[in-house]
Write a protein that binds this ligand. Structure first.
Ligand SMILES: [Fe+2]
Length: 200
């Protein structure tokens, strides 16, 4: 593959689309879905990265909790990409295009404790879910079939987010990551809360 190869993009107006939609509408929905495809692909890769890099006392629990999430999110990527193709545009799944197009930074933790990773992952899930909900709103007047797919994905993502947050929650219902605005901040807050719990 040449390094200078033309950047692929799933946007524009397709030559055909789903019956009942204009090609402009099909293009608009597919473009919106490309961003969700980028987010979901990034998420399942990040979940695997955490699965490999988690250390410490909760290793097995967190390591094993993440694999079903990887599989489910990977399936969501597949469904989303195939919806883009159904709408008449070409889904872009290459790593370089993902990095060039995404509006967020790479996950910032390497080897770290389970609670620290979960603190950072809390923020990752928050970002993906917020943007998924924006896409759900945007498809309200455009395409209810695409919206239905996104709603089903959001429901599952929100449940996975709860699995993560349940590790960070006190019996009083407070999140260790409350108010954190970066993964590093969330990791530090979660780590401190975990240490306090151990010494209590
Ligand atoms: Fe594994």
């Amino acid at each position: 593959m040449a390094k200078e190869s033309k950047k692929m993009k799933s946007e524009g107006t397709p030559l055909y689309t789903i019956p009942g939609l204009t090609t402009e509408q099909g293009g608009e929905i597919a473009t919106l879905l490309q961003d969700r495809l980028n987010a979901l692909t990034d998420l399942h890769l990040t979940l695997k990265h955490i699965h490999w890099n988690v250390v410490g006392p909760h290793f097995v629990a967190v390591h094993e909790m993440l694999d079903p999430q990887v599989d489910a999110v990977r399936e969501m990527s597949d469904t989303t990409a195939e919806r883009i193709a159904t709408l008449g545009l070409s889904p872009v799944g290459t790593p370089g295009a993902l990095v060039a197009d995404r509006g967020w930074d790479d996950y910032s933790l390497g080897r770290a404790g389970a609670i620290e990773h979960l603190g950072a992952l809390d923020l990752v899930y928050s970002g993906v879910i917020e943007d998924h909900r924006k896409a759900i709103e945007a498809t309200d007047d455009l395409d209810l079939v695409t919206q239905d797919m996104l709603i089903a994905q959001a429901g599952q993502l929100e449940q996975f987010h709860w699995f993560v947050r349940a590790h960070l929650e006190t019996t009083g219902g407070q999140l260790a990551t409350a108010g954190a605005s970066s993964e590093v901040e969330a990791k530090e807050q979660a780590g401190r809360a975990g240490a306090k719990r151990k010494s209590a």
